[in-house]
Design a protein around this ligand. Structure first.
Ligand code: HEM
Length: 128
C-alpha cells in the first residue's frame, strides 16, 4: 500500500518525478527549457515551498504564482492543451507515488489552480 504525502521530502520526490514527465514531452518541455530557461536547482525549492504551503499550511510560499505564468504566456502562448498535459502528468505522478488525504488534496488543488490559471492567463488576456 502506498503512503500519503507526509513532508517536504515527499513533495520533492513528487516534483522530481512530475518534472521527469513534463520535460520528456516535447509538446510542453520547450516552455521550461527554451522559453523560461529554468534552472531546476532553483526551481524545485520554490515548488516545494508552494506545495508545502498548500498541503501543510507551511507559509513558506508568499509570492504570486500566477505572475510567472502570465509572463510566460506573453513570451510564448500557453494553450488549453498545455494545461491538460500539465494536469495529466501531475495527477498521474501523485497516483503513482501516493495515496491518502493529502494526495487527494494535491489533485484537487492542482485541478482548481490549473483551471483558474487557464482562465486568467488565456481567456482574460484574449479579451483585452
Ligand atoms: C500550462 C501549464 C503550466 C506550464 C507550462 C508551467 C510552466 C512554468 C514555468 C516555465 C515556470 C517557471 C517560470 C519562471 O521562473 O520564469 C513555472 C513556475 C511555477 N509554476 Fe507553473 N506551469 C504550468 C502550470 C502550473 C500550475 C497549474 C501550477 C499550480 C498548481 C503551477 C505552479 C508553479 C509554481 C508554484 C511556480 C513557481 C512560481 C514562482 O517562481 O514563484 N504551474 N511554471
Amino acid at each position: 500500500m502506498k503512503q500519503d504525502i507526509r513532508n517536504r521530502e515527499d513533495i520533492r520526490l513528487l516534483m522530481e518525478r512530475f518534472y521527469d514527465k513534463l520535460l520528456a514531452d516535447e509538446s510542453i518541455s520547450y516552455l521550461f527549457t527554451d522559453v523560461a530557461k529554468i534552472n531546476l536547482d532553483e526551481h524545485f525549492p520554490v515548488l516545494v515551498d508552494f506545495w508545502d504551503s498548500i498541503l501543510f499550511q507551511a507559509d513558506t510560499y508568499q509570492k504570486n504564482a500566477m505572475k510567472p505564468h502570465v509572463d510566460l504566456h506573453q513570451q510564448s502562448p500557453l494553450q488549453a492543451h498545455h494545461f491538460k498535459t500539465w494536469l495529466g502528468y501531475f495527477i498521474a505522478t501523485v497516483n503513482e507515488l501516493f495515496e491518502g488525504e493529502k494526495a487527494e488534496l494535491a489533485r484537487q488543488r492542482a485541478t482548481s489552480i490549473a483551471t483558474v490559471m487557464q482562465i486568467k492567463v488565456i481567456e482574460m488576456k484574449n479579451k483585452l
